[in-house]
Write a protein that binds this ligand. Structure first.
Ligand code: SF4
Length: 356
């Protein structure tokens, strides 16, 4: 399917227009605590976070923005609710993007002021609609928060922002219900070419929230919907980054780290391939190379998967058959399997570097 969206520059990054789906997150520290926030941002960026959002609930947080901005390497987004003056202040302090929900900013003129000022400052804006904070008249019209109400709210805000001249515009619709989010984002994609920030809001703990996010975001990404993603997990936001990249990888939308294809193993296996898979996964942790590595238990599916991967091994009785780019290379003893796989991966990495 795939949906074409406009391209929006945010700092030195691009959202939409076919750019790689950007991974972002939000700090959980008090924004006014500059050192604690910077320390968390550093860990987020180290994990691969490409844009960081901070909450701006009050003047203390607002006053911290300039110091944060000067010391953060990735684009900085200010998250504002309720008080339009905080949005104006954040724009004056040079953030790269602001996120507002016009539904809770108050009278329409206040959003108008924010949009006008964002245009003056050439700053990107995300209008973010959440099922938990829909406008009252839409709740009355639709009876309860639902996909149609969310889409109506988002489209109204998009029209408003565009009428005030906002070109650098991103939109999001989030619900804590997966089905509702998918329905709303699909309807929105059909109705506008505004790039979408997608996420399942309040997804929960790392274990369940990762699965819930993968279900919702996976469906959207496979539809070609989503220009930037945020996985919302309770706790340290650094965990969100790995999950986001794994979702992008599983959906084959953006692959920046190795994918290991390993079978669940069963009674047919005659060599401990689970140990080999675990050792290879450990050795590949932190490696930025988009390759597929197959570690398979036996001859049932092993040779087929190993042949399709960039590097693969299919287990036999005390040995494995090593493949590289579809070509069977040689038999490898159980003890050498991990090193043999890693050598082939190194060779492919070397080729990639040489070929640019
Ligand atoms: Fe079992 Fe072989 Fe399939 Fe692995 S590849 S699950 S060992 S049949």
């Amino acid at each position: 399917m795939g949906t074409e969206t406009r391209s929006v520059n945010v700092g030195d990054r691009t959202i939409g227009g076919g750019a790689p789906v950007l991974v972002q997150s939000m700090t959980s520290t008090a924004t006014a605590d500059v050192e604690a926030t910077l320390a968390q941002v550093e860990r987020l960026v180290e994990a691969g976070c490409e844009m960081v959002r901070v909450a701006v609930p009050d003047d203390e947080a607002l006053h911290a923005l300039e110091r944060l901005k000067s010391r953060i390497a990735v684009p900085l987004v200010a998250d504002i609710h309720f008080d339009y003056r905080l949005a104006l202040g954040a724009l004056d302090r040079g953030v790269d993007k602001i996120r507002i929900n016009p539904g809770n900013i108050g009278a329409r003129e206040r959003s108008t002021e924010i949009f006008k000022h964002a245009v003056r400052r050439n700053t990107a804006v995300r209008v973010g609609v959440n099922s938990g904070s829909l406008e009252r008249h839409l709740l009355e019209k639709h009876g309860h928060p639902c996909a149609d109400a969310l889409v109506e709210s988002a489209l109204t805000h998009i029209d408003h922002a565009r009428a005030e001249g906002v070109e650098k515009l991103v939109v999001s619709i989030k619900s804590s219900r997966v089905g509702e989010t998918i329905e709303a984002c699909r309807k929105l994609a059909a109705a506008t070419d505004t790039p979408q920030h997608i996420g399942i809001t309040e997804a929960g703990s790392v274990a369940y929230g990762s699965i819930k996010s993968a279900v919702g975001l996976g469906v959207l990404l496979l539809d070609g919907i989503g220009d930037t993603i945020r996985v919302s997990l309770t706790g340290d936001p650094v965990a969100e980054i790995g999950v986001a990249y794994n979702i992008l990888k599983a959906a084959e939308v953006r692959i920046v780290t190795p994918e290991i294809i390993s079978c669940p193993t069963c009674g047919r296996m005659q060599t401990d391939m689970a140990r080999v898979a675990a050792a290879v996964e450990k050795r590949l942790a932190g490696v930025n190379l988009p390759i597929r590595v197959a570690v398979m238990g036996c001859v049932v599916n092993g040779p087929g998967e190993a042949r399709e991967a960039d590097v693969g091994i299919a287990g036999g009785k005390g040995f494995g058959l090593l493949f590289r780019k579809g070509v069977p290379l040689r038999r490898v003893g159980e003890k050498e399997m991990v090193d043999a796989l890693m050598n082939e991966i190194d060779r492919i990495a070397g080729d990639e570097i040489q070929n640019g």
